[in-house]
Design a protein around this ligand. Structure first.
Ligand code: FAD
Length: 466
């Protein structure tokens, strides 16, 4: 009999809940078939997000093959793929997968569940991606939290499931390349189209980075996490997005360290990830609609020119432009900067947060719809945040505070490299003779600010008061 392990956003062997369960429950007369279903409708070919994921998948395929667990591919609509699989393996009786509780993934899983049921295939879904799943942290009356702090207080108390190591296994596995030739060809075609190269992929790299961060940097995380010029955060987000790293492993390794403010602050960030996951699974309309009902009619601008200048890092505010360069060049952006650029697009330019969310979805290698939508709605003051709309970041004073020497700005905007410290946060104020001396003519080599922040502030306050 055949049992299928359906891999998705869980590209690792260690502490992979569904895989471990499949291997443990496999009977002597059963064989395991490891599968990845490629749905071209989900591809965002040419984007960093897509390229990172498929680089990680290509790496994973090699690793599992070496471990004696060949990964097979099927391409097309999921339903058609699984119907074909059932034809090829009429004795297929069980499928294991780590569930997806939100967005399109949830829609697909529900549709597939009904097919599996009708085809007599047992459907085993496990919660793997989060420390606490979408239904695990509830108020005493069984309802869902709407704000973070009380959620967090409860989240903190709950025991965390330990990470489980994959021990030696002797499962009989399906290794029939001929039956999956078409899927393999489709997979190779996707890999061949990767434009952006990422070297640091894979479970081993992820674990190495986790250990490095926890041992050497975590105790200072609270003091360094807001400074974009240094490596003050874990940079684990892309590994968590693909499942190259187990979130339980992150928790376990970090929580085992001696207590420090850095450690506590870091662990709290992991709660944000679970919180936004719960919020999105409860509010699937949140991708397109403001969570706060009374803000659903706000007349956000759709201006493509304003949006383009923001996306290309041509706003004339160095910290915003350098941040957009970091995103456009590397596919990752520091959290403080995500907050600033999102605030700038929505509060300074009054441009629709949905455009920013969609742009991040393509550019971020760690794109996670729940965290991204949560972050964007937080910045636009339309989400779960209890702070009212008048939290408006001043890009210049934020820049002075978090990049005082302009080190980060100079790294990503080499054109401003020689600008003296006094003007690095607002180069348009540089006197003519200084501009000439450092060879940066404002308006020619670097843009004048596209808005006056104080004026924009007045506008956005009126916008929300409407
Ligand atoms: P660390 O500071 O080391 O944090 C450790 C982990 O905690 C992160 O890897 C992440 O999994 C989690 N985490 C930290 N902060 C948050 C947060 N505010 N919300 C949810 N989880 C958090 N994070 C994503 O993973 N994907 C996204 O698409 C995403 N989009 C965002 C968009 C906006 C507008 C904002 C303001 C934030 C967004 N975040 C997103 C949250 C946060 O910026 C990133 O998780 C973080 O920068 C990743 O870097 P790190 O791994 O070094 O984080």
């Amino acid at each position: 009999k055949t049992v299928v392990m359906w891999f998705r956003k869980d590209l690792r062997l260690e502490d992979n809940t569904a895989l471990l369960r499949a291997l443990t429950e496999l009977k002597d007369d059963e064989q395991l078939l490891c599968l990845f279903q490629l749905n071209p409708k989900q591809f965002k070919t040419g984007t960093k997000n897509h390229d990172y994921f498929f680089s990680a998948l290509a790496h994973f395929e090699q690793v599992v093959k070496a471990q004696g667990l060949p990964l097979h591919f099927m391409a097309g609509e999921p339903l058609a793929s699984f119907q074909a699989l059932k034809k090829a393996y009429p004795d297929w009786r069980k499928v294991y997968l780590n569930g997806d509780a939100r967005g399109q993934g949830q829609v697909r899983d529900e549709a597939m569940a009904s097919y599996f049921r009708s085809a007599g295939i047992e459907f085993v879904v496990t919660q793997d991606s989060h420390l606490h799943g979408e239904n695990s942290v509830l108020k005493k009356d069984g309802s869902y939290y709407k704000v973070f702090t009380p959620y967090y207080l409860q989240w903190r108390q709950l025991p965390k499931r330990p990470a489980v190591k994959l021990v030696e296994f002797s499962a009989k596995v399906v290794a029939e390349p001929d039956k999956f030739r078409a899927g393999q060809t489709a997979f190779q075609a996707v890999i061949a189209e990767i434009v952006h190269q990422f070297e640091h992929v894979g479970e081993q790299q992820a674990e190495a980075r986790l250990n490095e961060f926890v041992m050497e940097e975590m105790s200072r995380y609270d003091k360094r996490r807001d400074i974009p010029a240094i490596k003050g955060t874990s940079r684990l987000s892309s590994y968590l997005r693909t499942g190259e790293l187990s979130i339980r492993k992150v928790w376990q390794v970090a929580a085992a360290m001696p207590e420090s403010d850095g450690q506590q602050t870091f662990l709290k960030e992991l709660a944000w990830r679970d919180f936004y996951h719960m919020i999105y699974s409860q509010n699937p309309q949140q991708k397109t609609e403001e969570l706060k009902e009374h803000y659903r009619q706000l007349p956000w601008r759709q201006d493509p020119q304003l949006f383009q200048r923001w996306a290309e890092g041509q706003t004339g505010f160095p910290i915003i432009d350098a941040a957009m360069q970091q995103l456009n060049q590397t596919g990752w952006m520091h959290n403080r900067l995500r907050m600033l650029v999102a605030s700038f697009l929505t509060k300074d330019l009054l441009v629709d947060w949905r455009l920013g969310e969609a742009y991040f979805a393509e550019q971020l290698i760690d794109y996670d719809p729940a965290s991204n939508i949560g972050g964007w709605q937080w910045a636009a003051s339309t989400g779960t945040d209890a702070v009212p709309y008048f939290r408006i970041f001043n890009p210049t004073s934020q820049s002075e505070k978090f990049d005082p020497e302009g080190q980060f700005i100079r790294r990503y905007l080499p054109v401003l490299k020689e600008v003296p410290r006094a003007w690095i946060h607002a180069p348009h104020l540089m006197p003519q003779e200084v501009q000439e001396k450092v060879g940066v003519v404002i308006g020619k080599d670097y843009p004048v600010p596209m808005v006056d922040h104080q004026e924009a502030r007045k506008l956005v306050l009126a916008f929300f008061k409407q």
